[in-house]
Ligand binder design. Structure first.
Ligand code: SOE
Length: 387
């Protein structure tokens, strides 16, 4: 008989794309990881009863609640997981921290730096555990890049080239969904996509000290509408509205350790669906990673014999690679959803050691500082310091 695990009761606020990814991760965690605590999908929160009930039924949540404030006082909830739009994060975090709940929050953490700082102070003051969902840190190939860098395999780091390219809003008829409205999301490709690249850069290379940024909105007006599922949307016939966030963001960055970074995030890069890519060049070698082939790395090492030098492909599913043995035998690929399982595992493992997981709100706050510096630089047409 399997040993009974201790429950970690989760209430999740929001139930769209990220809600699906998180629900799946909670459900599948015990399948792959032998953790002391096991997430219980206790309450799913959302404003529209019918839709939230439907999601709860599909994904296995026990109860639903249409007013998230009612969840906070409940004694039978340990974790509040926030997957609702960006402008809701702060209120939910402040209330959850005050009620002593542990918090998992989607990115970007906040709408701006002062708000992110208040959220960070609130969780620190409350002494609760907190995590920000930069899920790409948990791609095994990315975790392996981190290991290679720490082992000095790439030598001294000179360059990072990071892109996050998508194309789902290129049709001018694609509606003005919440992800394109500043009052709801804070920024466009910058906070949605480049936030991930900035986090990977901080994780792999180190802190960014100054940036030069450029933001552009290609399509200035769109028909009113809202997100459906995944990255699809529906117009509601309520006329045209103004797009007040960036469609594309570019950043040049200087790192504290002397490394130089070039970043590009766009929702107007035809043919790129999830073009989250990295190239790092060091004194001894270079490495490339592409989320669309997430299990692979391209590695070039200068010590390879002359004549056979070149980028080799490594499939990061061997026993030596991070997360090996959790999923399938070598060569049997894993996918996007596993990044969330690994992330939830990091939370649960840290929780059982009574530690705060990483990445956490400090990482969310630091990322927010970089996002804000890009906006300052773009508006004022000058280099901007971070922080
Ligand atoms: C949409 O652009 C989106 O779902 C982002 O919100 C996610 O953070 C990214 O991982 C994939 O694309």
């Amino acid at each position: 008989m399997a040993e009974r695990k201790q429950p970690l009761r989760v209430a999740m606020i929001g139930y769209k794309f990220m809600g699906k990814a998180h629900s799946h991760a909670y459900r599948d965690l015990p399948f792959y990881f032998d953790t002391e605590f096991e997430p219980v999908l206790q309450v799913l929160g959302g404003r529209h009863r019918e839709a939230v009930e439907d999601a709860a039924r599909k994904w296995g949540w026990r109860e639903v609640e249409t007013d998230w404030r009612r969840i906070m006082e409940r004694k039978d909830i340990d974790i509040i997981d926030i997957v609702s739009p960006n402008n809701t994060h702060s209120d939910i975090v402040m209330a959850a921290a005050q009620c002593g709940k542990h918090i998992i929050c989607e990115k970007p953490l906040a709408m701006d730096v002062p708000q992110a700082e208040r959220m960070l102070q609130a969780v620190q003051h409350a002494g609760v555990k907190h995590m920000i969902c930069f899920n790409y840190r948990f791609v095994p190939a990315v975790a392996f890049v981190k290991r290679l860098i720490e082992q000095g395999i790439l030598g001294q780091l000179y360059h990072l080239r990071a892109t996050f390219l998508q194309d789902w809003i290129m049709d001018p008829e694609f509606p003005l969904v919440w992800r394109l409205r500043r009052e709801v999301c804070g920024s466009g490709a910058l906070g949605d996509l480049m936030a991930h690249s900035i986090d990977l850069a901080r994780y792999l290379i180190g802190e960014i000290s100054e940036v030069s940024g450029m933001l552009e909105t290609f399509i200035k007006k769109r028909p009113s509408g809202e997100m459906a599922d995944g990255l699809r949307a529906q117009a509601d016939g309520a006329g045209l509205g103004e797009v007040d966030v960036d469609d594309a963001a570019i950043m040049m960055a200087r790192f504290d350790n002397g490394c130089l970074g070039v970043f590009e995030a766009s929702r107007f890069a035809k043919g790129n669906r999830c073009g989250n890519r990295l190239e790092i060049n060091g004194s001894k070698g270079s490495i490339r990673w592409d989320m669309e082939k997430m299990n692979e790395l391209q590695l070039y090492l200068e010590d390879d014999p002359l004549g056979i030098q070149g980028f080799r492909t490594i499939h990061c599913t061997e026993e030596i690679h991070p997360y090996s043995g959790r999923y399938w035998p070598a060569g049997h690929s894993i996918g996007y959803e596993h990044t969330f399982i690994n992330m939830v595992n990091a939370f649960v493992e840290a929780y059982s050691r009574n530690e705060c997981p990483t990445p956490n709100f400090l990482d969310g706050f630091r990322c927010q500082q970089v996002l804000s510096a890009v906006e300052t630089s773009s508006t004022e047409k000058r280099w901007a310091p971070v922080g």
